[in-house]
Structures are given as C-alpha cells and as structure tokens.
Design a protein around this ligand. Structure first.
Ligand SMILES: Cc1cc2nc3c(=O)[nH]c(=O)nc-3n(C[C@H](O)[C@H](O)[C@H](O)COP(=O)(O)O)c2cc1C
Length: 154
C-alpha cells in the first residue's frame, strides 16, 4: 500500500510534527500542498489530508487542492488535523466535498495543537505543549493501523 500525506502546517508546525511522527520509519511520503501541486501522486493507493484548523476548517489551500485535484478519485483517503479546541468533527465538510470523487474514507486522526491565535496570545495561548509525546504516540498508532483499515475497506 503506497501512502502519501499532503499537509499544510502554518501556525506552529503542530500538524507537521504529527505527520512527521506518522511517516517516521514507515512507507509514508509527505508533501506540502505546494509540493503536491507539482508532484505525480497517481501511484499512491492512499492519501492523507492534514492541516491545522483555521476558522473551523482545514487550511484553505489544502481544501482547494483537494477539491481541484483529480488524483483523489477512487482513492482511499484519511484526515489528520490539529486544533486549539475541538467542538465538532472538523473533517466533515471536507469529507462531504470529496463525496463526488468516489473516495473511500479510512478514518480521522486529530489532537490538540498549541494555539496563540488573536487574543489567545495575550493569555499565553491554549493547548500549550501540544501535540505532546502521547499525541505523537497516538499518531504513530494511527499510521500503524492504516494497512488494516485499507484492507478492511474503510
Ligand atoms: C487564524 C487561526 C484560526 C484558527 N481557528 C481555529 C478554530 O476555528 N478552531 C480550533 O480549534 N482551532 C483554531 N485555531 C488553532 C489551530 O487549529 C491550532 O493551533 C493548530 O494546531 C495549528 O496547526 P499548525 O501549527 O499545523 O498550523 C486557529 C489558529 C489560527 C492561527
């Protein structure tokens, strides 16, 4: 199973830490959205879409790439995100947008990520120290479970 993760991590590189933990020592290739635009991802069986959450959504550049690219057609897809405070399932909108592309969904990994957006900065931010070692261990376990999720059929 060839796996790629396309990610965007702009605030504190929280999501980048998570996807790096997932890829470390595994057959998972990482691409930023910019790199994915130039790359040929046709040979991957499985693609992860990863970013921080900004105004309750995945980063707009990742969303735009996912909507516009045709490489996700018929592929197994999973979502990865970090957020300051999860008050709902933030991947639902992107999943809905991909419905027409015949994707198979393998699941979602999320954890909290240090957030100093706007006024939060004045108070030292929230989710300080996240993702932490436990989050990264959970991320590794999620990555470990991908082949089984893939063969189970999502
Ligand atoms: C402009 C902006 C908007 C954000 N909006 C949300 C939000 O709606 N919900 C949330 O839980 N976190 C929100 N956050 C926090 C980020 O999702 C969180 O810090 C995340 O870990 C950032 O990931 P990154 O470092 O990979 O970019 C926001 C952060 C920024 C900078």
């Amino acid at each position: 199973m060839k796996t790629a993760i396309v990610y965007c991590s702009v605030h504190h590189k929280n999501t980048e830490a998570v996807v790096r933990a997932m890829a470390q020592g595994r057959d998972i290739d990482l691409y930023t959205v910019e790199e994915a635009r130039e790359a040929d991802l046709a040979g991957y069986d499985c693609v992860g879409l990863a970013s921080g959450i900004y105004f309750s959504r995945f980063h707009r550049t990742l969303e735009a790439w996912a909507r516009e690219t045709d490489v996700l057609h018929g592929k197994a897809v999973f979502f990865v995100y970090t957020c300051g405070l999860r008050h709902r399932e933030f991947s639902a909108r992107l999943r809905k947008a991909l419905r027409g592309q015949g994707c198979r969904f393998l699941g979602v990994f999320y954890c909290r990520g240090y957030d100093t957006f706007g006024a939060l900065k004045l108070f030292g931010g929230i989710a300080k120290g996240r993702p932490n070692a436990r989050d990264l261990r959970r991320a590794e376990q999620f990555a470990e479970s991908l082949p089984e999720r893939f063969s189970r059929g999502g």
